[in-house]
Design a protein around this ligand. Structure first.
Ligand code: CMC
Length: 422
């Protein structure tokens, strides 16, 4: 294997049976492409290999675009900063799903539908009450989404209208699933959805059992907008792979939730707060970071496969984290966070390591009273629309995903009967 950094590379490789010439287009900034050399059938021509699919274009999409060098993100062409300032989660969801901003009537209809679809089938409610002790909330969400599919009145409908209702239903139900699970585990009565509240405010209401303050509901609304979509990240890709087999939307969302759970993806936000607690005070942050880097440990909430500069979502969330820290007169987390950021950028900024969306979102959620182990489910709640938008877009012109592995095992191994094995 040979490691290359950028450019267009032709590699003549020797394999056991033939000499082959491969061409690879290596996007700049990708430092982890590796060349493979053997075993590819000659008539198939060059086949690139990229660990973790880095730099591979796997689909055409008009949903969002990321400029990882400039730190820009647009949904359907609209900069994320504009959406954070002027839009709502419902409007952004419409934009992502249907490709354009809604008219007032369209938005009213869409919001009314989302509000109607929030309720859970009674069997799903029951299931949320009968869980084994201390499950991971992301596992609970997977179970609830899979279970809800069994009772979906549109489950047998494959027409566009039926599919869209299933999509909206699952986006609308996920917040209820999370809130009902939480209320049940803390021994409180579940709080049914309030049709007078929007998506963000209703979630906080169902979670806490009291109407949220308007300003905090708006901050949460913005956090949901910022997490709603992000191209072919691991969970979206997982959803697309499942959907590309022409499976159903709930199965695709279950795949996505499984992928989002991992600490390298959505699970990082919860770990950021754990790290802030471990550090304890801003004066200990530098030593913590330097030790982590020395021991080759990842500092959670930093780095990104696409962004090689400041994640624009982190920039917005940092402002809210500052604001809420002042509002609650508790600047411990934000001060530790800012010190970590300073040291990380000083040490790894040249490598393109900067705060990502998960770094400051945890502080925001903390002040909104969201329990720590629900941070990733809340990410899932927001991202469900991105998952669905990509599934709809991709399957409209579907081709099953089926990459190949490059076989590096032995060419031939004799089968040894069990009694002769050692
Ligand atoms: N702390 C310390 N070093 C890091 C970090 C980090 N958080 N992230 C990357 N690096 C280093 C890494 O060690 C490597 O160094 P070297 O070239 O010397 O081996 C270099 O930067 C490139 O890292 P990579 O792992 O090859 O990059 P990747 O594109 O495969 O991984 C990532 C991206 C997000 C998985 C990674 O940056 C990471 O593990 N971050 C911490 C977890 C995290 O915050 N995840 C949330 C991601 S954003 C939201 C989401 O997707 O859910």
């Amino acid at each position: 294997m040979e490691k290359v950094t950028s450019g267009f590379v032709f590699l003549t490789v020797k394999c056991k049976t033939q000499n082959l010439k491969y061409g690879y287009s290596i996007p700049p900034q990708n430092s982890h492409w590796e060349m493979i050399s053997m075993g590819v059938l000659k008539e198939e021509g060059p086949i690139p290999y990229s660990k973790g699919l880095e730099g591979i274009i796997a689909a055409l999409s008009a949903i969002s675009a990321i400029d990882g060098m400039k730190g820009k993100l647009v949904y359907r062409g609209i900069p994320i900063e504009m959406l954070a300032k002027y839009s709502t989660y419902e409007e952004t969801a419409y934009l992502l799903l249907y490709g354009e901003l809604p008219t007032k009537n369209d938005l009213d209809d869409f919001s009314a539908q989302m509000r109607e679809l929030r309720y859970l089938p009674p069997k799903v409610e029951e299931c949320l009450k009968e869980l084994p002790p201390n499950p991971h909330p992301m596992d609970v969400l997977k179970v609830a989404v899979a279970h809800a599919a069994l009772y979906d009145p549109d489950r047998l409908r494959c027409c566009r209208e039926g599919v869209m209702r299933k999509v909206l239903r699952i986006i609308a139900q996920i917040p209820t699933m999370i809130a009902y699970y939480h209320r049940t585990r803390i021994g409180e009565d579940v709080v049914p959805p309030d049709p007078d509240l929007n998506h963000a405010a209703n979630f906080l209401y169902m979670l806490h059992g009291k109407k949220p303050d308007e300003e905090e509901a708006r901050i949460f609304d913005v956090a949901l907008i910022l997490h709603a979509e992000h191209g072919l990240n691991a969970s979206t890709f997982a959803a697309m792979v499942t959907a590309s087999t022409l499976s159903d939307i709930n199965s695709a969302i279950v795949s996505a939730i499984g992928a989002l759970k991992g600490p390298l993806h959505g699970g990082a936000n919860e770990r950021v707060l754990k790290m802030l607690d471990e550090i304890g005070s801003p004066d200990k942050a530098e030593e913590y970071v330097l030790n982590a880097l020395k021991e080759k440990r990842r500092v959670m909430g930093f780095g990104h496969r696409v962004y090689k500069t400041y994640d624009p979502r982190a920039r917005i969330l940092k402002q809210y984290a500052e604001y809420l820290s002042d509002k609650y007169n508790d600047r411990r987390y934000i001060e530790i966070g800012k010190k970590i950021e300073e040291v990380m950028i000083r040490e790894l900024g040249k490598k393109g390591i900067f705060p990502n969306v998960d770094f400051y979102s945890g502080i925001v959620y903390h002040f909104l009273g969201i329990p720590r182990d629900l941070f990733t489910p809340v990410f899932a709640m927001a991202r469900s629309v991105g998952w669905a938008a990509h599934v709809c877009e991709y399957t409209a012109n579907n081709r099953i995903f089926r990459p190949r592995a490059y076989y590096i095992g032995p060419e031939y191994v004799e089968y040894v009967p069990i009694e002769k094995r050692r």
